[in-house]
Design a protein around this ligand. Sequence first.
Ligand SMILES: Nc1ncnc2c1ncn2[C@@H]1O[C@H](COP(=O)(O)OP(=O)(O)OP(=O)(O)O)[C@@H](O)[C@H]1O
Ligand SMILES: [Mg+2]
Length: 232
Amino acid sequence: MLLTVEKITKKFNGQPVIKAFDFTLEKGEIVTLIGKSGTGKTTLMRIINHLETVDAGEIRLGDITLCKTNRKGEVDYANKGTLRKYHNQIGMVFQNYQLFPNLTVLENCMEATVAQKRESNQYLQKKAMELLEQVGLNEKANAMPNELSGGQQQRVAIARALMLNPSILCFDEPTSALDRESTIEIGKMIQKIAANGTGILIVTHDDEFAKDIGTRVVSSDEFLDNREIHEK
Ligand SMILES: Nc1ncnc2c1ncn2[C@@H]1O[C@H](COP(=O)(O)OP(=O)(O)OP(=O)(O)O)[C@@H](O)[C@H]1O
Ligand SMILES: [Mg+2]
């Protein structure tokens, strides 16, 4: 199992949004997460990406334990070195893309990896160009984000997320700003990424997209009452 989430609970102001929730994600799987507004979908994704902490439960990614409830009932998070490994294996594409407005498309893709200084600049630039080609945007490498359409910005965000070769890639409402044609295009791109073994988690309000692309559909109804996961 790539990602295992066991009995996690998350409260805001004492009120649980997610309670004793179990979730798994396997290599190459595309899980689509649907459900009403305010039911905790983004929160779950933020928890998995360690942008938010849990009040109880355990999260493992491969052989890395992100957090675990100890005998006193407190949640222990991994140390800095382990957290760094965890962060390198997981990527998130935000709803509003969150590109850096003052960096070019190419610089946006290179930013996270350059900051880590793991590879040479030359190598990273070559890799970024290859990924931009994959998403059909190599000709826009030197454009600024505000010169791109919504769908194009979305594709830059995907290329950027792929720079770190994540084992898991999360998308928060990737198609909410897109027309049907671009939605289908992004869907195909996501399926290609999954075919390479990446586990994908997608939050969406688009039920048709969820069913078309998801190898499994999960509803946020399960966050509070642990019903069976609905197999497609
Ligand atoms: N940082 C926070 N502080 C307090 N409450 C929060 C915080 N983040 C989220 N919440 C609350 O948690 C609940 C779940 O929010 P979340 O954003 O996860 O919902 P969602 O399912 O993604 O909704 P939508 O479909 O509208 O995006 C909401 O009631 C929200 O008000
Ligand atoms: Mg949300």
